[in-house]
Design a protein around this ligand. Structure first.
Ligand SMILES: Cc1cc2nc3c(=O)[nH]c(=O)nc-3n(C[C@H](O)[C@H](O)[C@H](O)COP(=O)(O)OP(=O)(O)OC[C@H]3O[C@@H](n4cnc5c(N)ncnc54)[C@H](O)[C@@H]3O)c2cc1C
Length: 57
């Protein structure tokens, strides 16, 4: 069901605020790319290690 090539995203599909909008964007991009970007992000941050992650902040 739905329209091919039409994707909804942003706070309206998940939760209000910047975090909700960013997470929704990641979920929508995952659907488009056929990848789980939330898990990829988690393992990327793990690979970076605690000290490197702090440098990014
Ligand atoms: C004054 C204010 C302060 C805020 N402060 C915070 C804060 O401190 N922390 C926090 O987490 N959140 C805050 N928020 C909430 C946060 O801004 C929103 O949750 C977030 O911007 C939602 O992002 P979004 O991409 O889902 O939607 P939006 O940022 O609303 O983006 C939707 C986009 O779609 C466009 N659009 C709409 N209809 C159409 C159409 N028919 N065709 C094409 N384009 C269209 C709009 O022009 C807009 O650019 C605040 C909101 C406001 C108003």
């Amino acid at each position: 069901m739905g329209l091919d090539g039409l994707y909804l995203t942003g706070q309206d599909i998940l939760s209000a605020g910047f975090t909700g909008a960013l997470t929704a964007g990641t979920i929508t991009a995952s659907e488009i790319l056929g990848r789980n970007l939330l898990l990829e992000h988690k393992s990327f941050m793990k690979k970076l290690g605690k000290n490197d992650a702090k440098k990014l902040k």
